[in-house]
Ligand binder design. Structure first.
Ligand code: ADP
Ligand code: ZN
Length: 366
């Protein structure tokens, strides 16, 4: 199995590699190639708790001395305050333009550390070590970095590409179940917009036992590599988000509205995206497609939603969708499907059809 893809961007190209226990040898190779001996590690709190022995040993064995900072778990860390704090740590500890920064954690750690790396001395080398399934298939690829602002999520940031992404699946051994679903939703999204075979190949998630076995591991690694490849393809075609990159938002217009109306945290991003994809599939069918949504519903047993329809008033969701920054005017714009693997961006004016799509979501919540 090829376990590496080469991702190109205007800032140069970088490798994305997936595999079990690959972290150690990649560190050694990086050191050899780049001739550095000091570095920084920004690590997610829970990742550090669970894996600090291994991480420290890996750096020591590679002959790398490091300074480490812990990033508190959770979305609230994606703040200007944390950005300022971490930038201060780097500058006060004598960071130089070529001192690498390792971001070891999920999307929160990657987005925040990436933004710190992008702006410190106008850019220091960044290595992503994603430790959640979501970060492996989605947020570590494409160069989006940033933090939240009180007026909205991800409103302050920059495009900044890493020098390497090391997706070591050993880290996933400690990932909580709810976090697996966050990754699964994005994986199913790639199935819908680009490669139908992903639906079948994801069935092993339905049988996943906590004790992972070898066969599962290789299915998982293949799937991660393919999904990373799809994301890479799309962002390579549209690095700065003017066209095709929108396809990655399949299910997300509905999802963002739910996440916001339910108050962030009640529904996880992946839960909202799963429901949003059901709604988008229904809306696509209302507009002429003929999609059998069983393909998505099959995965329903994996999810549980701690929310009732009353917590998602339709009027509030319409209002929120109107404010979505992806809408260019008063109309609603959605990524819909003509067929599986055939995404289109469409403006929908018929509010009745959108209401009908919301109903499919509410039916799941009763
Ligand atoms: P995402 O990658 O979905 O954007 P976060 O960065 O917020 O999410 O990580 C989700 C949660 O999982 C956080 O509480 C984080 O501390 C925790 N976490 C991340 N990676 C691991 C891991 N490998 N093992 C255990 N917990 C982890
Ligand atoms: Zn998403």
């Amino acid at each position: 199995m090829t376990d590496t893809i080469d991702i190109s961007s205007s800032a140069g190209s970088y490798n994305f590699t997936v595999g079990r226990s690959i972290f150690e040898k990649h560190l050694t190779a990086l050191k050899k190639k780049n001739q550095f001996s000091d570095c920084f590690i920004f690590a997610d709190e829970n990742v550090w708790k669970n894996h600090n022995n291994r991480i420290q040993t890996a750096f020591e064995s590679a002959g790398l001395s490091f300074k480490k900072e812990i990033i508190p778990s959770g979305e609230k860390s994606k703040s200007i305050k944390q950005w300022e704090r971490l930038t201060g740590v780097l500058l006060q500890s004598g960071v130089r333009r070529n001192t690498p920064l390792f971001a070891i954690g999920g999307g929160v750690t990657g987005d925040l550390s990436g933004f710190v790396a992008s702006a410190t001395m106008r850019g220091i080398p960044l290595i992503h070590v994603p430790t959640t399934l979501l970060a492996m298939v989605d947020s570590s690829i494409g160069g989006k970095t940033g933090v939240n602002h009180e007026t909205g999520k991800n409103l302050v940031g920059a495009f900044y590409q890493p020098v390497e992404v090391i997706a070591d699946t050993t880290f996933l051994d400690t990932l909580p179940d709810r976090e697996w679903n966050n990754g699964l939703s994005e994986i199913l999204k790639y199935g819908a917009i680009r490669d139908r075979s992903i639906f079948d190949r994801s069935e092993f998630f339905l049988e996943r036992s906590s004790a992972s076995n070898k066969k599962e591991n290789s299915s998982l690694e293949n799937l991660i590599l393919d999904c990373a490849g799809i994301k890479a393809d799309i962002v390579q075609e549209d690095e700065f988000e003017s066209g095709k990159r929108a396809y990655l938002n399949f299910g997300h217009t509905f999802a963002h509205a739910m996440e916001k109306v339910a108050d962030y945290g009640t529904l996880s991003h992946g839960e909202a995206v799963y429901l949003g994809m059901l709604a988008a599939t229904n809306l696509s069918n209302s507009l002429g497609a003929d999609l059998n949504d069983e393909i998505l519903r099959k995965f329903r047993p994996l999810y549980s939603f701690d929310i009732s329809p009353e917590m998602l008033p339709v009027d509030s969701m319409f209002k929120t969708m109107k404010l979505d920054k992806k809408n260019v005017d008063e109309n609603f714009r959605f990524v819909l499907l003509k067929n599986w693997q055939q995404p289109v961006v469409e403006t929908v004016n018929n509010e009745e059809l959108i209401r009908k799509a919301w109903l499919t979501v509410f039916n799941e919540l009763d």
